[in-house]
Structure formats: structure tokens, C-alpha cells
Design a protein around this ligand. Structure first.
Ligand code: FEO
Length: 169
């Protein structure tokens, strides 16, 4: 694979690890303030990010490249409110979307159709990633200042379950 695309995909693999890291930090913060449901939601989000890591890792190997693991930045420890944490998560997903779009541009530039096909999965996935976090942001805005509402949102977020992907043989 061309070096600039290999480097970009490798960098995205590491950014996905950072995504898992930041969501786990958010989960820890939310659990610490007693929102076990929201903490569960973020923990599942972190687990899903590690599925993305695995996918980028396998893609690099499948294309004959050796993924390089980089140092991962320390995420924040706390946020001003649950809403602030979820707003941060939404902004983070927008950054991921923009990074994926840049990778698609590179793949198309160098006519690497296999990489483009692989990345298109993430172009679609990002629509869902942004929408699901934004749904929670909107729900938290609706219940701002109403502890009973927050309790109900938290209970709903506690229903999220991590479903491991079926791996190809
Ligand atoms: Fe792997 Fe949430 O982007």
C-alpha cells in the first residue's frame, strides 16, 4: 500500500484506541457521579471502539502492512456535567468522521479501491455514531435541571448491550 495511506490508516487505528480510552474515562466519570446507566453506555461505546481498532489492525495486516502502536494521550478525568461529557463525545465523533473523510480522499487520490471499499464502511458507520451520541445529548438537554428526568434517561442508557461482531474465519 502507498506509504501515505498506510500511515493515515495506522494513525486512525491509534486514534480509535484513543476513542476507546476517552469513552472509558467518560464512563469512569459518570459512574463516579452515580449515573450507572450512562456509565454503561460509555463503556459499551469504548468496547465498540476496540472493535474498530481490531478492524483497522486486521486491514493493515491483510494488505501486507505491519500496524504500529503509538503512545495514547491521557484523556480528561472529569467533565462539568453529564451533558458536557456527551457533548464532548459528539464533538469527538465529528472529528472521527472528518478523519475518515480525509482517508477516503487519500485512497481515491491514489486509486486504492480496496482501501476505499474498506473505508466506506466507516463513512456509513459514522452517520450512526454521530446520531446515537447526539440522541443522548438531546435527551440530556431536555431533562436539564430535572433529576427525575435524568434518572429515567440514565435507566434507559443502562439497557445498552455490547454485541461482539461475528469475525470472519
Ligand atoms: Fe470508531 Fe466512534 O468511531
Amino acid at each position: 500500500m502507498e506509504k501515505k495511506l498506510t500511515d493515515g490508516i495506522n494513525s486512525q487505528m491509534n486514534f480509535e484506541i484513543y476513542s476507546a480510552y476517552i469513552y472509558l474515562a467518560m464512563s469512569s466519570y459518570l459512574k463516579g457521579i452515580g449515573l450507572n446507566g450512562a456509565a454503561n453506555w460509555m463503556k459499551v461505546q469504548a468496547q465498540e471502539e476496540m472493535v474498530h481498532v481490531d478492524d483497522f489492525y486486521d486491514f493493515l495486516h491483510d494488505r501486507g502492512e505491519c500496524p504500529e502502536l503509538a503512545a495514547i494521550n491521557k484523556p480528561p478525568v472529569k467533565w462539568d456535567s453529564p451533558l458536557a461529557a456527551f457533548e464532548h463525545a459528539y464533538k469527538h465523533e465529528q472529528i472521527v468522521s472528518s478523519r475518515i473523510n480525509n482517508l477516503v480522499d487519500t485512497a481515491l487520490d491514489i486509486r486504492d479501491h480496496a482501501a476505499n471499499a474498506f473505508l466506506q464502511k466507516y463513512v456509513s458507520e459514522q452517520i450512526e455514531e454521530e446520531a446515537s451520541v447526539n440522541d443522548v445529548v438531546q435527551q440530556l438537554k431536555l431533562v436539564e435541571g430535572a433529576p427525575q428526568g435524568l434518572f429515567m434517561v440514565d435507566r434507559e442508557l443502562g439497557q445498552r448491550v455490547f454485541i461482539p461482531p461475528v469475525k470472519k474465519a
